[in-house]
Design a protein around this ligand. Sequence first.
Ligand code: TMP
Length: 237
Amino acid sequence: MKKLEQLYEGKAKKVFATDDPNVVIVSYKDDATAFNGEKKGTILGKGAINNKMTNNLMQRLEQAGVPTHFLEQLSDRETAVKKVTIVPLEVIVRNISAGSFAKRYGVEEGIPFSQPTFELSYKNDDLGDPLLNDSHALALGLATREELDLIRSYALKINELLKGFMKEIGIDLVDFKLEFGKTADGTIVLADEISPDTCRLWDENTHEKLDKDRFRRDMGGAEEAYEEVMRRLMGDR
Ligand code: TMP
């Protein structure tokens, strides 16, 4: 497979065309942003960690019956994935109160829920990714009823699987964000990434934050936290 021109550069990844029209190459950067790009920085080594962690988790999700865009890891930072059109929705599942949930509803962080919450945001940086419900997504033509139903069932299944994978390595999965894409034949697959950039991960005993909140909140130790999750995931606990 030949890497061709850059198609897109996002906040944390670049996407390149290949000589196969159905395949693109994702290249993970060390750049970190928060608050819709207002805060910018670098988390050294993050690109390689997020690439490997995403691929590890997506392969395990595939095996459990969740279709994903993953094809083949090419190098530390680069992976071949199915070319998809991203459904412009940020799909967020929460198990424990934190972040914008805690702020919006005026509750403390760290309260476990009796069942997970499911929410959608409109993936639109100019608007600041506003929260929306199914009827809004349908009115805006962002997805069909069938696609929304499928995305919700995949997201809740992914939550159960990821919670289990994280529990095995002593981590509580607090919340996370997913993005789905549509392949050329219209199949909905899990896309984007699953990493400490897109999940809140707390050590189950110390409740130490092992995710991007260390960067968002200027806590320090982001590099070490990403490395720690990677180390545990790769079976070296
Ligand atoms: P929130 O509490 O800020 O809404 O974030 C919920 C989860 O989504 C958290 O695990 C971080 C992740 N997330 C992203 O991946 N990208 C984003 O742009 C935002 C705001 C959150």
